[in-house]
Design a protein around this ligand. Structure first.
Ligand SMILES: *[C@@H]1O[C@H](CO)[C@@H](O)[C@H](O)[C@H]1NC(C)=O
Ligand SMILES: *[C@@H]1O[C@H](CO)[C@@H](O)[C@H](O)[C@H]1NC(C)=O
Ligand SMILES: *[C@@H]1O[C@H](CO)[C@@H](O)[C@H](O)[C@H]1NC(C)=O
Ligand SMILES: *[C@@H]1O[C@H](CO)[C@@H](O)[C@H](O)[C@H]1NC(C)=O
Ligand SMILES: *[C@@H]1O[C@H](CO)[C@@H](O)[C@H](O)[C@H]1NC(C)=O
Ligand SMILES: *[C@@H]1O[C@H](CO)[C@@H](O)[C@H](O)[C@H]1NC(C)=O
Ligand SMILES: [Cu+2]
Length: 575
């Protein structure tokens, strides 16, 4: 299949001179990443905004459109052109409004495209397989990340549509139905258009979606003003406020525009640059989302009196809470944490810091300038009221029991490699799953109700946050192997450690703390096999309340958006 891909690009004669080699050395500093620095902006001068909330009414459709907007992202930065979601042009924001649905009750959302631009305001790379509408305009299609949903409503990358009413080859409808048949949790919606997801999300097309449970699983959890969503992103700006994004690739003969990973020098939370939040000396619940294109955040406080008590992850509550001093949050992860400010005197400032290397985990210091090490400030003020949840007395025991995992009947998919292909200078030109490109025939065809183990074999130097649509999975384990030996054929992954012919260098290990619980996205570490336990049923084990075999099908992909756009995505369909 790779040969087919190569044959198709060989049609361009200049590529013949190109030798594709597997990445063995760290790529030289890329030209992609030498953007002019953002203007200097004072930190903690803007209050943290909270996106507007839309409660999806039972039985009635909500309409959300994508619009071109101007938004003030910092006190001293001129307004920025963005694409945002909203129920009208005037209401559109980035992040978009937070949708709140009820567990067990279908929600109806009509997605519209009101972006009238002739072409994208960010640089499209036409050498990447992308939507490329004949009549121009900006295609969009919205995916609800982590949702248990029929595929016609999943935001398939080829189900895009433009303001000019052109539609992609797998378009079915703009009227989506969300089953809300999974656990209570925080999902997020974002654009998923083939080949320009990185541009549409960077332009602003993302927002939160809660599935609220009528049952309180845990008593005394902070709510209302004390339950705060934090959507974290990195961006880079020109002095005039416009978004800066790479427009010359590292391998310009192959991809004139595309860059392997975008890292911005400025951190935004809920659409404001380095904001502050006034907090009372009490317990808070933060619902954190990493909505960055490629940056992994590793969060901590600059005050050892504080820690994170993690109670939930992508797919809902954890089995039991975990106290952590750092939170590792790759792109698309959600983390549900409690933070107790009650020991801090009014007037205290606590900074939420980031020490995540970029790229992850090797780290190129030039991609983590000082500004990226600061996320936001919490300014402690006097307590004004004593609402429920003010104390730290939250249960630490079972929140949501783990499923019983029976491996006997599980089908094991062994060939799911992540592989990077570089040019002569060691610059990545594409990264593939199972050495297949997006347009190759479907190879993952699980049956409804079956259980599979997906063994993801990372043959690249980077960690990739892998995401599977439709289901919540569990990370079973992970296991290091000798990548060089595997690639030169001197050992095999079909034999287990400690066989001398085995590439494995250890027994399998338990998931890392960021991989525990119900996940729809997980880190897959370099030179590791990461095994996912996937049950193709509703999260609780019963059947899907919709036909999961119909419609355009689903996808699985890397959630570094620059990778996803350049073929690190594969279709999958259920039977
Ligand atoms: C903002 O500045 C950049 C860099 O100088 C320029 O390319 C861009 O056209 C400007 N945008 C606007 C809206 O003026
Ligand atoms: C954390 O940073 C804030 C803002 O710079 C500062 O006021 C505070 O003293 C720092 N906390 C500690 C414990 O150093
Ligand atoms: C970044 O922060 C370090 C440590 O605080 C400081 O030494 C360095 O000068 C800063 N770099 C820039 C470019 O401001
Ligand atoms: C994995 O790929 C190898 C070589 O292409 C093939 O022989 C094997 O059958 C594949 N295994 C699975 C489980 O698909
Ligand atoms: C496998 O992943 C772990 C993190 O879980 C990492 O520390 C280790 O270095 C990786 N193994 C190899 C061989 O790189
Ligand atoms: C293959 O890689 C291993 C390292 O794992 C090395 O020891 C061995 O010499 C290599 N063999 C060849 C033929 O390159
Ligand atoms: Cu990736």
């Amino acid at each position: 299949m790779l040969q087919i891909f190569l044959r198709s690009i060989m049609a361009c004669t200049w590529v013949i001179f190109l030798l594709l080699t597997i990445h063995v050395v760290i790529a030289q500093t890329s030209t992609c990443q030498q953007l002019s620095p953002s203007p200097t902006l004072q930190k903690f001068v803007d209050a943290l905004p909270i996106p507007a909330i839309i409660h999806i009414p039972i039985g009635r459709q909500v309409t959300l459109g994508a619009y071109k907007i101007l938004q003030k992202l910092h006190r001293d930065l001129p307004s920025t052109v963005l694409y945002g979601y909203g129920s009208s042009q005037a209401a559109a924001t980035s992040p978009g409004p937070t949708l709140r649905a009820t567990q067990g009750i279908e929600a109806y959302v009509r997605w519209e495209n009101h972006i009238k631009d002739d072409s994208h305001f960010l640089p499209v790379d036409a050498t990447i397989h992308w939507a490329n509408p004949k009549s121009g305009g900006v295609p969009i299609v919205t995916h609800l990340h982590g949702a248990e949903v029929e595929s016609a409503s999943d935001g398939h990358p080829d189900a895009w549509f433009t303001q000019r009413r052109e539609t992609g080859p797998r378009f079915v409808t703009q009227n989506y139905v969300y089953a809300n048949s999974q656990s209570q949790t925080m999902l997020w919606y974002h654009d998923h258009t083939v080949g320009i997801t990185r541009l549409n999300v960077y332009a602003g097309l993302a927002g939160l979606y809660f599935i609220d449970s009528p049952v309180a699983y845990v008593d005394n959890l902070p709510s209302g003003a004390f339950e705060v969503p934090l959507v974290i992103q990195d961006k880079q700006f020109y002095a005039n406020g416009s978004l800066n994004f790479p427009n010359v690739g590292d391998s310009p003969l192959i991809h004139p525009v595309w860059c392997p990973e975008f890292f911005g020098d400025t951190i935004l939370v809920n659409g404001k640059v380095w904001p502050y939040l006034n907090v009372q000396p009490r317990l808070y619940r933060f619902r954190i989302l990493n909505a960055a294109n490629a940056r992994f955040f590793v969060l901590s406080f600059n005050n050892s009196a504080l820690s994170f008590k993690q109670i939930g992850t992508d797919g809902g509550f954890l089995d039991k809470s975990i106290v952590l001093s750092t939170l590792t949050i790759p792109p698309a992860y959600r983390v549900d944490v409690l933070v107790d400010f009650s020991s801090l005197a009014p007037g205290t400032d606590v900074v939420l810091t980031n020490s995540g290397p970029a790229p992850f985990p090797s780290g190129d210091p030039s991609q983590s300038p000082n500004g990226t090490k600061v996320v936001m400030n919490f300014h402690v003020i006097s307590a004004t009221k004593n609402a429920p949840g003010a104390s730290g007395s939250i249960s630490t025991t079972i929140f949501q029991p783990a499923p019983s995992i029976n491996l006997e009947k599980a089908f094991v998919r062994k060939n799911l490699t992540l592989k990077e292909f570089d040019d002569n200078n060691g610059n990545p030109i594409l990264i593939l799953l199972s050495s297949l490109s997006w347009t190759d025939p479907v190879t993952e065809t699980p049956s409804v109700g079956s259980v599979e183990i997906w063994e993801i074999i990372n043959l690249t130097p980077d960690a990739h946050p892998m995401h599977v649509h439709l289901i919540q999975f569990r990370v079973l384990n992970q296991q290091s192997f000798d990548q060089t030996g595997y690639l030169n054929g001197s050992c095999t992954l079909s034999l287990q450690f400690p066989d001398p012919k085995s590439c494995f260098t250890e027994n399998s290990r338990q998931p890392d703390v960021d991989q525990i619980g119900w996940k729809d996205t997980t880190i897959t570490w370099p030179s590791n096999v990461t095994r996912l336990w996937i049950r193709f049923t509703s999260q609780g084990g019963s059947s899907f309340p919709f036909d999961a075999t119909g419609g355009p099908g689903y996808v699985w992909h890397c959630h570094i958006l620059d990778h996803e756009d350049n073929d690190m995505m594969r279709p999958y369909v259920l039977h």
